[in-house]
Write a protein that binds this ligand. Structure first.
Ligand code: DUC
Ligand code: ZN
Ligand code: ZN
Length: 452
């Protein structure tokens, strides 16, 4: 048997095993995993790790927030993702008040489809004006949006009764609800007190969004989910206070899951005290916390009380961040990490001894696929999409705005050096990045219909 492409002599790492093997690819699919396979084309991966393509289930590309739109569009965002070893992302759809969910989904797909370099899915947002549209959810699920985003903060915030209604509707189709959990009333009160007192610097941003109240919001929505009988996934867990609530729910046997992100694992809140715009750049919500929280989050990943590392990639331009320095609560929130996530979690997780190789793959590739209904992705197995990364554990990478392919032109990880970086990224059998070179065209990525 001659395969179209064989990746030879690599160390194949999945969520459950590490073995020396060749991978045979026919067309877009993995066709064989074995020894001495031969192909029309062969790539020697001796000394390299071969992993599933990484999956980032939480990104905001060209996302409008207030007066601004996040800097990476579906082209630059998926390009940066591909360079970092990510082969699938999940972004968001929001409806206008007078728009149906299916119309909003079609419009978002029309924006993304011509630009994407990698495959993508979409979460459907259920905001307050969508509570009247909950009967549309079966149609949305059938159209391939198997997960639904609920906010407990911002203008899209749902009150507890609305959370109950939305969670019930998602449960009825056996979808996955995902939630931004923070206590919005407390945050608004603390911001008002700070602004009235002239405390307007970014220093006050994390102090307006206490970890204790992130945990309180998580506990509240977990209890509502328990009452409804639905599974639930908590976005961007930033602190031990929220981990504790997820861990307690899981001990009760509940299907509650959580993710954290590189900004919470690698950075700390001293960044908000940097002078000028530098202190505004790290503004994101939940905020980056004190350094001690990082250890808890790594432990939670190792103990599987958190299941996933995603990014919440949502940077804004430097001048947009700077334009609201007079009031931290008006700074557009969001930070980048779509490109560094896979390599950073390898270096800080595996190399530092916090995670095993298999836990790294589980958190960045396999569990995201399983939890979000990406049935052909996230694993190296016969019949799965040939989304693969040849990861060079000896490849050094120093982060600068120039070494990245993101559009923002700034990064919170500037100057950090990582040992271990993707060398080659394959999406459905096609080599899309190799040795720092982009080999794919915009529009080759596909919308992936997800289901459980
Ligand atoms: N938080 C951010 O900081 N940006 C995007 C959305 C969010 O929840
Ligand atoms: Zn959020
Ligand atoms: Zn987000």
């Amino acid at each position: 048997m001659t395969y179209d492409l064989v990746i030879k002599n690599g160390t194949v790492v999945t969520a459950v095993s590490t073995t020396k093997a060749d991978i045979g690819i026919i067309g877009e699919k993995i066709a064989a995993i074995g020894q001495d396979l031969s192909g029309k084309r062969e790539i020697d991966a001796a000394g390299k790790l071969v992993t599933p393509g990484a999956i980032d289930v939480h990104v905001h590309l060209e996302m409008p927030i207030g007066d601004f739109i996040s800097t990476d569009d579906f082209y630059t965002g998926t390009r940066a993702a591909a360079f970092g070893g990510t082969t699938t992302i999940i972004d968001f759809v929001e409806t206008a008040p007078d728009e149906t969910m299916l119309a909003a989904l079609a419009a978002r797909r029309a924006k993304a489809d011509p630009k994407v370099l990698i495959d993508y899915g979409l979460h459907m947002t259920i905001g307050p004006t969508d509570i009247a549209k909950l009967d549309q959810i079966p149609g949305v699920y059938a159209a391939g949006c198997a997960s639904f985003k609920l906010y407990m903060a911002y203008g899209l915030r749902l009150h507890d009764g609305e959370l109950l209604q939305a969670l019930t509707a998602v449960c009825d189709v056996d979808g996955m609800p995902v939630v931004h959990a923070e206590n919005w009333d407390v945050i608004c009160a603390l911001i008002a007190q700070n602004v009235a007192g002239g405390r307007v610097e970014p220093h006050w941003h994390p102090r307006s969004r206490p970890a204790l109240l992130e945990g309180e919001a998580a506990a509240r929505v977990i209890d509502i989910a328990d009452y409804v009988g639905t599974r639930l996934y908590i976005f961007h867990v930033s602190c031990q206070e929220t981990v504790a609530q997820i861990a307690a729910a899981r001990l009760r046997g509940l299907p509650i899951y959580g993710e954290t992100c590189p900004q919470y694992l690698l950075l700390d809140w001293s960044l908000y005290d940097l002078p000028g715009v530098a202190g505004a750049l790290p503004v994101c919500s939940p905020p980056i916390r004190e350094q001690a929280q990082q250890t808890y989050l790594w432990q939670a990943l190792a103990q599987e009380n958190l299941q996933v590392v995603s990014t919440d990639h949502c940077p804004f331009a430097l001048d947009e961040k700077a334009s609201r320095l007079g009031n931290y609560s008006q700074i557009p929130g969001g930070v980048p990490s779509i490109e560094i996530r896979f390599g950073a979690v390898y270096q800080r997780g595996v190399q530092n001894g916090a995670l095993t190789l298999n836990q790294w793959v589980a958190a960045c590739c396999t569990r995201p696929a399983q939890l979000f209904g990406l049935q052909q992705k996230g694993d190296i197995a016969v019949g799965f999409d040939a989304d693969l990364v040849i990861f060079d554990p000896e490849r050094p990478f120093t982060v600068t705005p120039e070494s990245l392919h993101e559009a923002a032109g700034w990064t919170l990880y500037e100057g950090m050096s990582f040992l271990g970086w993707p060398q080659t990224t394959l999406s459905r059998g096609e080599i899309i990045v190799h040795d720092g070179e982009l080999l794919a065209q915009p529009g080759r990525g596909r919308f992936v219909k997800r289901a459980f």
